[in-house]
Design a protein around this ligand. Structure first.
Ligand SMILES: Nc1ncnc2c1ncn2[C@@H]1O[C@H](COP(=O)(O)OP(=O)(O)OP(=O)(O)O)[C@@H](O)[C@H]1O
Ligand SMILES: [Mg+2]
Length: 294
């Protein structure tokens, strides 16, 4: 090889490095502006959410008054009508409580984002972990069903019979469960659309807990399996890259897995295990060292 071609090769290598660095920089800039943007959005969304919560509280009180009016005038109403009114009022009250409950949860998620953008980390709190997981698994399921009532998934949950309260960052862990569950729902739905004969979309949630000898700490495993599309090698390699998504615009931002990794490995000092086969499905397991609450 002549000296000239050696030099040329060097220059090409350097050019490639510069390109890589430029790409990295570009991504960092994107992340930084996204951080600012999400903090701004979080801040502004708090106000309308407060309206939602306060008006549902107010409506709940008004319904109480309406119920009293019905009771006071029960003798003037046909028995069936009075009964119907009581049923409807009690359903409405339940719905309003749900609006309030989920509104408050949204506020706490937003406050989590704001705290993070101010550089503070989430707080470890004594947590009923099985309750948290169950709730967020079904929250994701219902969110998906809200946009497509005809689609069904069988969800199997396998939890230990007893489970002490443990120290985790509940706000973060619930987001991690939600993100995995959202991916699982999406992939089984995608596979169902291919209309394979006999395909039945299934998601399994398995939790195990192994306390140490003096029951002060333990290892918590949360495994979520789906029988969806599975991941190709390329997807596996790029899975945690921010903005890496195979979903169409509007369906995914490619941030979910990065957030999950941040929550599990950095915030909770745990491990993320991935087992995925194309055409078979995916299992993602969180392995978390946790303190037991006495
Ligand atoms: N359970 C899964 N089965 C198959 N592929 C998956 C699964 N989970 C993630 N992936 C693949 O990894 C990619 C990245 O996932 P990630 O959660 O980071 O982003 P996203 O789901 O595309 O968007 P976002 O979560 O930000 O809305 C997905 O686009 C998908 O291709
Ligand atoms: Mg996702």
């Amino acid at each position: 090889m002549t000296e000239l071609s050696l030099l040329q090769e060097k220059v090409e290598n350097l050019q490639k490095q510069v390109e890589d660095l430029q790409n990295k920089l570009h991504k960092q800039e994107k992340m930084a502006s996204l951080g600012l943007l999400s903090a701004g959005i979080a801040h502004e969304v708090q106000n309308p959410l407060n309206f939602v919560i306060n008006f549902s509280k107010l409506s709940n009180r008004l319904l109480g008054e309406l119920e009293e009016v019905v009771e006071d005038n029960a003798d003037k109403l046909a028995e069936d009508d009075a009964e119907d009114m009581r049923d409807i009022a009690s359903d409405l009250k339940e719905n309003l409580s749900k609006i309030q409950e989920h509104g408050e949860r949204a506020i706490s998620i937003i406050q989590g984002i704001l705290l993070q953008s101010r550089g503070k980390s989430g707080e470890f709190l004594p947590t009923d972990i099985l309750h948290l997981i169950h709730e967020y698994v079904w929250l994701s399921y219902h969110a998906m069903r809200a946009s497509d009532k005809s689609f069904n998934i069988s969800i199997h949950e396998e939890y230990p019979d007893t489970m002490p309260r443990v120290m985790v960052i509940p706000q973060d862990l619930s987001r991690a469960v939600l993100n995995v569950m959202n991916n699982a729902c999406y992939t089984v739905k995608e596979r169902a659309q291919q209309q394979e004969a006999g395909y039945s979309p299934t998601i399994e949630v398995r939790v195990t807990f192994q306390p140490n000898a003096d029951a002060s700490e333990g290892e918590l495993r949360i495994a979520l399996s789906d029988n969806g599309m599975g991941m190709s090698n390329e997807v596996k390699e790029r899975l945690f890259e921010n903005f890496f998504t195979t979903k169409p615009v509007g369906k995914g931002t490619g941030l979910g897995m990065g957030i999950i990794r941040e929550i599990i490995t950095n915030a909770h000092h745990g491990q993320l295990l991935l087992d995925s086969t194309e055409g078979v499905g995916t299992t993602l397991t969180f392995v978390l060292p946790v303190k037991i609450v006495r």
